[in-house]
Design a protein around this ligand. Structure first.
Ligand SMILES: NC(=O)C1=CN([C@@H]2O[C@H](COP(=O)(O)OP(=O)(O)OC[C@H]3O[C@@H](n4cnc5c(N)ncnc54)[C@H](O)[C@@H]3O)[C@@H](O)[C@H]2O)C=CC1
Ligand SMILES: CC(C)CC(=O)C(=O)O
Ligand SMILES: [Mg+2]
Length: 380
């Protein structure tokens, strides 16, 4: 992908299944409304098919045309994919987001979690208002390496293999340290925690060693280590002490849902899947079959993922207006939640997807007026 500065950015939009489609429709409306308010570069949002329902109808989860479009686009905006009733013959699900992570080499899964004023707190401790951390999940190896390669033998034994490589661990560790350096500019200090299981597994001891080697190149950022079970405890007991964490694929998958639970649910948990050449932006949640089709999904995580996409494009193409637009979207969402007048159903309120979307779009002009002119200190 060229890094010259275009005036129109091609975005491949993959809504997917279930509430992925619903929150994507909301996000596209928001992004289009936001770009009408400024003179920055425009996004051209083009929809492509993929997902479990596409597989059920056509026998393929990720059509070639969609993969090509994702490769060619400046960024991919992704809803959610998968449906528990739709399965491959081996019992696993068609979940093409994993194929995209491999095909586009999206090795860093960036999953920020922060508490939003106005939303009810899950933890009673006052310090829970200070929850603001980022989980960086390695996404091209780890236990997910086993996908499609697992075995069951005649003795009734099943095996899935974990892969940890020096290259994979080094690059994701460096990514986490660079992210911590950016956050240090905003917060004054930065720490990266390596989350592993180095007390038990050779592969995890290796992960820790490679992380420690990478840390030497970032003397301005402190670092420490935690076993994944202890980290699960720390995340509940004192999550306000956490800054940046880096971990293996499967651990990151599990801890990121736990992290979302700390702020009340998946609907406020965005993510970015980032590599050296491509970026894909999606909420951390799935297709939520239990509420799909009912207009109840909280689009907050999708909105925040859209803002992460704008930040990533701004950074890559040196486009401060896109960064300003990202801040405007976040400020509009914060204003809506902070007012207390509109509360997502996920948080016990009565605002469904449409009510949330309408409210955030209506809040954009006032939010835009509060954002200082670019360049800004990026929210990391
Ligand atoms: N990145 C992706 O596309 C992901 C896909 N999946 C797939 O999604 C399907 C459902 O998986 P689950 O384990 O049920 O996880 P899920 O994340 O879809 O749902 C877990 C719980 O969170 C709620 N929830 C999730 N997002 C919400 C939102 N925006 N607003 C309000 N409530 C929300 C759901 O209603 C459900 O109670 C499966 O087929 C799974 O493979 C699961 C996780 C991630
Ligand atoms: C379908 C999943 C493997 C994806 C997922 O749970 C995630 O990205 O967090
Ligand atoms: Mg997950």
């Amino acid at each position: 992908m060229s890094q010259i500065t275009p005036s129109v950015y091609e975005i491949a939009v993959l809504p997917g299944d279930g509430i992925g489609v619903e929150v994507m429709q909301a996000c596209v409306a928001l992004l289009e409304a936001a770009q009408r308010l400024d003179r920055g570069p425009q996004l051209k949002l083009t929809r492509y098919d993929a997902g479990a329902q596409h597989y059920a109808k056509h026998g393929e989860a990720l059509p070639e045309r969609t993969l090509d479009a994702a490769r060619a686009a400046h960024a991919v905006l992704f809803g959610a994919m998968g449906w528990p009733d739709v399965r491959y013959p081996d019992g696993t699900e068609p979940i093409p987001q994993l194929d995209l992570r491999m095909a586009l080499d999206l090795y860093a899964g960036v999953r920020p979690i922060r508490w939003f004023p106005g939303l009810p707190k899950v933890l009673t401790d006052e310090r829970a208002a200070g929850i603001d951390f980022v989980l960086v999940r390695e996404q091209t190896e780890g236990l997910f390496y086993a996908r499609g390669k697992g075995s069951i033998n005649e003795a009734g034994e099943s095996y899935d293999t974990m892969q940890i490589t020096r290259r994979g661990t080094d690059r994701v560790s460096r990514f986490a340290f660079k992210l911590a350096e950016q956050r240090k500019r905003r917060r004054g200090q930065a720490n990266v925690t390596c989350v592993d299981k180095a007390n038990v597994f050779t592969s995890m001891a290796f992960f820790r060693d490679v992380f420690n080697d990478a840390a030497k190149d970032f003397p301005g950022v402190s670092f420490d280590h935690a076993y994944v079970d202890a980290m699960a405890l720390t995340m509940i007991k004192k999550p306000w002490t956490l800054d940046v964490m880096v971990t293996e694929n499967m651990f990151g998958d599990i801890l990121s849902d736990l992290a979302a639970g700390l702020i009340g649910g998946m609907g406020m948990a965005p993510s970015a899947d980032v590599g050296d050449h491509h970026g894909l932006f999606q909420p951390a949640h799935g297709t939520a079959p239990d509420i799909a089709g009912q207009g109840k999904a909280n689009p907050g995580a999708m909105f925040l993922s859209g803002a992460m996409m704008l930040d990533w494009l701004a950074d890559r193409h040196d486009q401060p207006e896109l960064e300003q637009r990202a801040r405007t979207i976040e400020a509009a969402l914060e204003a809506v939640l902070g007012s207390g007048a509109v509360r997502p159903m996920e948080y016990g309120g009565d605002a469904g997807t449409k009510a949330m979307t309408d409210a955030v779009i209506a809040a954009l002009p006032q939010a835009a007026a509060t954002i200082p002119a670019a360049p800004l200190a990026r929210r990391a």
